[in-house]
Every structure is written in structure tokens, then in C-alpha cells.
Design a protein around this ligand. Structure first.
Ligand code: ATP
Length: 312
């Protein structure tokens, strides 16, 4: 039986991100379109020393947990204990299935910048869940896996499914939409990470806690973006991108605002902050290298940037 698996954990960007309200439990409901991108971490999950000496999976007294978890990560700034979302994902997988093992190792080769609005932690959790489910012979359906993922974070179900999806609810209601037309994307991230809860707090202050009369969601703009995706019109897609977080984060983050301007000056069809920021992506036509030139313009100024593309 196979006991090790390595998966790509793709980052995501938000092509559209709007807030539709706030639930009584304090969670914001959103509407948006998420896109998986080829910028990725690599997650290797290995289950060693089967508990009963014969099978990886054991039900019974030792079931429901890994007796030992060892997590390593190439980025020393990321926690390697139970604060890491991949670690927590493994624990949730074992308790949801009642399977167990003596020793679980997880190695994360990090490329996605942390706290950048690119779902770096969520995608590692998603890859860990998918890897374990695969190693244990698919005890959970994808729907069940997404249910476990949602207990870890709102973006985890999307990271399990990938592609281009309409996102509603608190992020758990996912509907496939037409894929993003072929293009180059440049992702750049400068300055300190943004705390997602702090970004939501700033939005609440700005938009009256999203009381019904205080903010009107941009439903028409979302419809326009969906039509642009359906008609595979990259220019119209670029013209319909929207992220409400920009209104509170960009004024506080001159580097992010500067990256946006640099992208547009280098020939981007559009540029937008992703998630709660501060990373910004530029949409470039697949041409004679304007995406590479934009990346070089930023890296020459010490701002990390990557060229990648949407993945379906
Ligand atoms: P999202 O877009 O889902 O809001 P994000 O990209 O803004 O997320 P993350 O990269 O997930 O943010 O990082 C947020 C925090 O989570 C960081 O402070 C980091 O220490 C912690 N964290 C826990 N596990 C991981 C992981 N596997 N990879 C990256 N960060 C992690």
C-alpha cells in the first residue's frame, strides 16, 4: 500500500469579492469569484509504521488520531506545530474517519507568501486532506472532505475543488462558472501581511457593519463579470474585476497601491488586490513578455513577484 503522496497546493486569487451582509454569529456573507492559480506550494504527506503492522488504517483503540505528527516547512516563519493549518487538517481527517497511524509526517515546500490574501494556509490544509483521503482509500467523498475543510477555514473547500467558482455564503457555497480566459498573471506582494480579521473589522467600520441600509452589494457588476467569463472576453473580464477590501486596505498600504500602478504602467489589462491583501495581481495578455517585464520591474525594486496563470 502506498504510504506517501506529494501534491501541488495551488494559491487562489479573487476575481470578484463583495460582502452581502453579516450573520448573527458575526460571520460575513460574501459573494465572489475565486480562481485557482499555478503559483503553488508542494505538500508531501507520509504515513509511517502502520498501527497493526499490516494495514495503514486501523479502527479501534488507536483509531481517530496520528500518535505522532512531524511537520516541516521550508519557510522558517510558518509555524510547524498545531498552529499550522495542515497539522490541524490532519487531526480533523483522523477524527472524522476514525482512522489512525503511529507517525504522520508533513513537509511543506513554501512558495506562496503568507498572510497575503492568496489562501496559503488554506491550500496546505486542503492538500493535506486530499492526500490523506487518497492514502486511506477515499473514505470521505469530496463533499464530506469539503465539510471537514470548512471547519478549518472558509477558503479550504474552494482549495479542495480548485478551478473558477462562484463563492457564496461564508465561502462554502461553491458553483462552477466559466473558466478564466488564457492569460498571464503576475502576483506581487510587498510589505507586512494583512490579518484577515483586522481587514473585516476595517470594512465593518467603513460600511456600518453591513446593515441592510448601509451597503448595497454590487450584483450588476458580478453579473457583468460572469457574462465576460462566459464569452471568453479577457478585456471585459479585466474591466469587471472588483474587491471591496481594496477600499480599506489600499489607502493604508502604499506598496500595494504602487504595485497596482506598476502593473498598469507595464501593460496589464487590469490589476486588483487579492482577498484581504496585500498581494496584488495583474492580468496580462499572453504576448511578447509584458508579464515578465512587469515582474522584473518589481523584483528590481525588491518587491517579490511571480508570473503564473489560471488553472482549471
Ligand atoms: P486567506 O486568503 O485564506 O485569508 P491568507 O493568504 O491571507 O489567507 P495565510 O497565508 O493562510 O493567509 O496565512 C495566515 C496565517 O496563518 C499566517 O499568519 C500563518 O502564520 C498561519 N498559517 C498556519 N498554517 C499555515 C500554512 N500552512 N501556510 C501559511 N500560513 C499558515
Amino acid at each position: 500500500m502506498k504510504n506517501e503522496i506529494t501534491l501541488r497546493a495551488n494559491a487562489k486569487i479573487n476575481l470578484f469579492l463583495d460582502i452581502t451582509g453579516r450573520r448573527e454569529d458575526g460571520y460575513h456573507t460574501i459573494t465572489g469569484i475565486m480562481q485557482a492559480i499555478s503559483l503553488h506550494d508542494t505538500v508531501t504527506v507520509a504515513v509511517t509504521e502502520p498501527t497493526d503492522g499490516m494495514h495503514l488504517c486501523t479502527l479501534g483503540p488507536r483509531g481517530g488520531q496520528a500518535e505522532e505528527i512531524v511537520l516541516t516547512c521550508s519557510n522558517p516563519d510558518i509555524p510547524t506545530d498545531n498552529r499550522n493549518l495542515a497539522w490541524r487538517a490532519a487531526e480533523r481527517f483522523f477524527s472524522a474517519t476514525s482512522y489512525g497511524c503511529r507517525r504522520l509526517t508533513i513537509h511543506i515546500e513554501k512558495r506562496i507568501p503568507a498572510a497575503a490574501g492568496l489562501a496559503g494556509g488554506s491550500t496546505n490544509a486542503a492538500a493535506t486532506l486530499v492526500a490523506l483521503n487518497n492514502l486511506y482509500g477515499s473514505p470521505l467523498t469530496q463533499e464530506e472532505l469539503c465539510g471537514v475543510g470548512l471547519t478549518l477555514g472558509a477558503d479550504v473547500p474552494f482549495c479542495i475543488q480548485g478551478g473558477t467558482r462562484l463563492t457564496e455564503g461564508v465561502g462554502e457555497l461553491l458553483t462552477p462558472v466559466s473558466r478564466m480566459p488564457d492569460c498571464d498573471l503576475v502576483i506581487a506582494c510587498g510589505g507586512e501581511g494583512v490579518s484577515t480579521p483586522a481587514a473585516y473589522k476595517a470594512l465593518d467600520e467603513r460600511y456600518g457593519g453591513f446593515a441592510r441600509t448601509a451597503y448595497t452589494p454590487r450584483a450588476e457588476e458580478l453579473t457583468r463579470l460572469r457574462s465576460a467569463l462566459e464569452s471568453e472576453d479577457l478585456t471585459a473580464v479585466g474591466g469587471s474585476l472588483f474587491n471591496l477590501f481594496e477600499s480599506v486596505i489600499l489607502p493604508e498600504r502604499p506598496v500595494a497601491a504602487d504595485i497596482k500602478e506598476t502593473f498598469l504602467a507595464c501593460g496589464a489589462m487590469a490589476a486588483l488586490m487579492s482577498g484581504s491583501g496585500p498581494s496584488v495581481f495583474g492580468v496580462f495578455p499572453k504576448d511578447e513578455g509584458s508579464a515578465q517585464r512587469a515582474r522584473e520591474a518589481l523584483t528590481a525594486r525588491g518587491i517579490p513577484a511571480w508570473v503564473c496563470e489560471p488553472v482549471g
